[in-house]
Design a binder for this molecule. Structure first.
Ligand code: NAD
Ligand code: WQD
Length: 342
């Protein structure tokens, strides 16, 4: 019988790509999502790619009674991948309680449910934001956790602590926290991708929206960093590569290959690109000219962040493979596809 995985936030950006990879690998998938930051039509995209429609329930995981009723019915879950959370760093500064409430209560409800209903494995979406402005590059998993510079970042740090403390007294539970660097791009079919609401905060959706004419120009935040071209450096990882790491992590837990009950891994490419390098790669990959201007630095931005991926590569037997230009082209094809559908 196929293994059954619950994916919370499975109609979201990273969740939907992971559902596709899980289904491609023969897993059965149930999605719970309250559609607070995604659309039900994502299920059509998943079905288009995989030829199967995942089972979907729409509710808020902060609703503990509803979650427990669900877990009572689906007693045979082999594992959970927990994506559901709010993720906008800037918004979290203005609405801290909304972030603490959603991101922490959902996790605590799930962990309680796992204990009550004997679900043993959870993969948790963490973030490179837990490292803040790193002292050393590339960033290894041993880098110190810095005081979070946003309530959002703090929810990821606290979540990791909550998982660690819960596992220490519930030895049947296993967790893997995956610390993503900068996920970008879309599925090569252009059937699923990122669907930002309003003006995007993140670089790549802003680039694609500018190139297609929704935005006038990209503002490059700062060219006075201590980097070769003065713009900030990040580790941009293709979302399909990222999704595959979740499948590998689930299998690692199911095959009992974990070295400890709580493991965490960096998910990046190991290579940093500056904002202007991303702009140039986008132009080269798509043949589009991008209008941009240099403006002041964005408050709270780090100068350079990129992952040391050796530990994840070795332990998980996983490596990000898709290059920057191919990834940016996938984001562009997705952008064109969404605009065509409107
Ligand atoms: P997303 O907003 O596209 O997906 C999250 C999904 O969770 C959405 O579909 C939303 O409707 C749902 N959701 C939110 N709260 C919920 C709740 N209480 N109950 C049920 N559903 C709920 O975000 P994403 O980019 O796919 O991110 C997924 C996870 O990865 C998040 O935990 C995020 O913090 C983390 N992460 C994202 C990035 C990034 O740059 N995208 C980087 C690092 C970590
Ligand atoms: C990338 C680079 C900007 C927009 C955020 C979160 C992090 C993680 C990933 C969740 C930076 C520059 C951006 C623009 C620009 N998410 N930029 N003009 O800030 O590295 O990381 O997403 O966990 O926690 O903080 O990503 O895409 O916003 O920015 O010049 O319009 O692009 O200054 O150097 P960031 P980003």
């Amino acid at each position: 019988m196929n293994k059954l995985i619950l994916v919370t936030g499975g109609t979201g950006y990273i969740g939907s790509h992971t559902v596709v990879e899980l289904m491609n690998e023969g897993f059965d998938v149930i999605i719970i999502d309250n559609l607070s930051n995604s659309d039900k039509s994502v299920l059509d995209g998943i079905a288009e790619i995989t030829g199967r429609r995942p089972y979907f329930e729409q509710f808020d995981i902060c609703d503990n009674e509803r979650l427990n009723n669900f877990l009572k019915v689906y007693k045979k879950l082999d594992g959970i991948i927990h994506f559901a959370a709010y993720k906008a760093v800037g918004e979290s500064v203005g609405k801290p309680l909304m972030y603490y409430q959603n991101n922490l209560i959902s996790l605590m409800n799930l962990l309680n449910g796992m204990i009550e209903y004997n679900v043993h494995n959870i993969v948790f979406s963490s973030s490179c934001t837990v490292y803040g402005e790193p002292d050393e590059l590339p960033v290894t998993e041993k880098a110190p956790i810095k005081i979070a510079n946003s309530p959002y970042g703090n929810t990821k740090q606290i979540s990791e602590e909550i998982i660690k403390d819960t596992i220490s007294v519930n030895p049947k539970l296993k967790a893997i926290a995956l610390r993503y660097f900068n996920p970008i791009g879309a599925h090569p079919s252009a059937q699923i991708g990122e669907l930002p609401l309003g003006i995007p905060d993140n670089l790549v959706p802003f680039i694609t929206q500018t190139a297609i004419g929704i935005r006038n120009e990209l503002k490059v935040f700062g060219d006075d960093y201590n980097t070769p071209d003065g713009t900030a450096i990040r580790d941009y990882i293709n979302v399909v590569d990222l999704a595959k790491a979740h499948v590998v992590s689930v299998k690692r837990m199911l095959d009992d290959n974990c070295k400890s009950n709580f493991e965490f891994f960096n998910l990046g490419t190991g290579k940093g690109f500056s904002v202007l390098e991303v702009v140039n790669a986008f132009e080269k990959a798509t043949g589009e000219k991008l209008k941009y201007k240099i403006v002041n630095r964005r408050e709270g931005d780090a100068e350079a962040v990129y992952a040391d991926t050796k530990f994840a590569n070795k332990e998980l037997g996983w490596k990000a493979k898709i290059g920057l230009e191919e990834t940016l082209l996938s984001a562009w094809n997705w952008e064109k596809n969404i605009q065509n559908k409107k």
